[in-house]
Design a protein around this ligand. Structure first.
Ligand code: ADP
Ligand code: MG
Length: 374
């Protein structure tokens, strides 16, 4: 059982220490001053685009990569200089790295044997994890006989066989096909429920992070953008990046200008006649002429009328995915995505009227990307 604390952790590959904090070099950090606490037993997801520093972060926690600056604690022990093998950490990375000549059972036993554990202790540990990861039937097989999904199960079983205080998973499912991923995702969740260690999963797949993690850390360019529960990062993004990154299809982010109208305010869009009422909660912080990024999820845009009078937009895309319809309409130079379960069919070019779920819109500062709150 362990609480994990990162305090202002930096990583610069090939970094020379005395030059580190020169301003012009700031963007050379693979990890750029991150701090967070994983609570005991918590499942944390680190989510972000490729190259944002997720794996580097995990490798520093595991002790596989030296920290350029900052502190990492497990419990109240500073582990910066502790050998990886002394950190009580279980690791499972994307490539399985099972020992090919050994059977699954021997692969699971390998690290315990190295630690000179007694045979009955090894047998007990394997008997515990094998059903947990559903690999009972694979124990006497060699890795070459296993499918990708089975290898990854063994890989994860090997990571937890010594009951680590901290489990680190780096994109463990990214080699697998859709159905297998979903299945293994559920099994990881169930396994964590059972052994209840502190766990971190690194992924670029938001579905994976959203479905597995208690809290998600969203990273970009080596920096943390937001930490929150899946619902918090979805409903209450702190900036334009998080708003656009979480959600599939992504949130519409439209450049809008605010205009006074009939004693209130409306959003207007360059090249379009569409006007959308500015919600009351923003009344005190907006003014005529102000430019904003208006964020609205595809599920919060509605088509109210087909071929009606009034401000109209045209259908640009209509896709029927069976359980939902994905529609795009042209507003000025932008396409606005709409997701709906309505059955109405539209042809490309149809004129329609739009309404926004105004209370669920978000405003961002076009200069900084930061959220403007009502
Ligand atoms: P992620 O896992 O989020 O895709 P990484 O942590 O692997 O990102 O990489 C973060 C940044 O550090 C990237 O710009 C990457 O090119 C760089 N990087 C990663 N590993 C090394 C390395 N061993 N040497 C030099 N640069 C590296
Ligand atoms: Mg990575």
């Amino acid at each position: 059982m362990a609480q994990l604390i990162l305090n202002q952790v930096y990583k610069k590959y090939d970094g020379k220490k005395k030059k580190l904090f020169k301003k012009q070099e700031k963007n050379n950090f693979a990890v750029n001053g991150i701090s967070y606490t994983c609570n005991d037993g918590e499942f944390i997801g680190i989510l972000g685009p490729s190259g944002c520093g997720k794996s580097t972060t995990l490798r520093m926690i595991a002790g596989l990569e030296k920290i350029t600056a900052g502190e990492i604690y497990i419990g109240d022990m500073l582990i910066n200089d502790l050998e990886p093998k002394d950190r009580n950490i279980g690791l499972a990375f994307e490539d399985y790295a099972l020992y090919p000549p050994l059977t699954v059972r021997e692969n699971l036993a390998f690290n315990m044997r190295a630690k000179k554990k007694a045979q009955n202790e090894i047998d007990e540990a394997i008997a515990y994890v094998a059903p947990l990861m559903k690999i009972d039937d694979l124990l006497e097989m060699k890795p070459s006989a296993l499918s990708g999904g089975q290898k990854q199960r063994v890989n994860i079983a090997r990571a937890i066989v010594r009951r680590p205080g901290l489990l680190l998973l780096d994109e463990p499912l990214s080699h697998l096909d859709g159905k297998m991923r979903q299945q293994l995702r559920q099994e990881i969740r169930r396994m964590h429920h059972e052994i209840h260690c502190t766990a971190i999963i690194v992924t670029h797949d938001q579905m994976e992070a959203m479905s597995l993690a208690d809290r998600i850390i969203i990273m970009k360019d080596g920096m943390i953008q937001q930490i929150g529960t899946p619902l918090e990062v979805y409903d209450d993004p702190v900036n334009e990046f998080v708003a656009g990154f979480i959600g599939e299809p992504p949130m519409n982010l439209l450049h809008a200008k605010i205009v006074n109208k009939n004693g209130g305010f409306v959003f207007t869009f360059a090249g379009s006649e569409l006007e959308v009422q500015v919600p009351k909660k923003y009344g005190k912080i907006v003014c005529g002429g102000m430019e904003v990024i208006l964020g609205v999820r595809p599920t919060d845009v509605m088509i109210t009328k087909k071929s009606a009078a009034g401000t109209q937009v045209r259908i640009a895309v209509y896709e029927n995915l069976g359980d939902e319809r994905r529609i795009a309409v042209r507003v000025g130079a932008s396409l606005v995505s709409i997701t709906t379960v309505d059955d109405v069919f539209y042809s490309v070019g149809d004129k329609v009227q739009l309404a926004f779920h105004e209370e669920r819109t978000h405003l961002f500062d076009p200069a900084t990307g930061n959220r403007i709150r009502g």
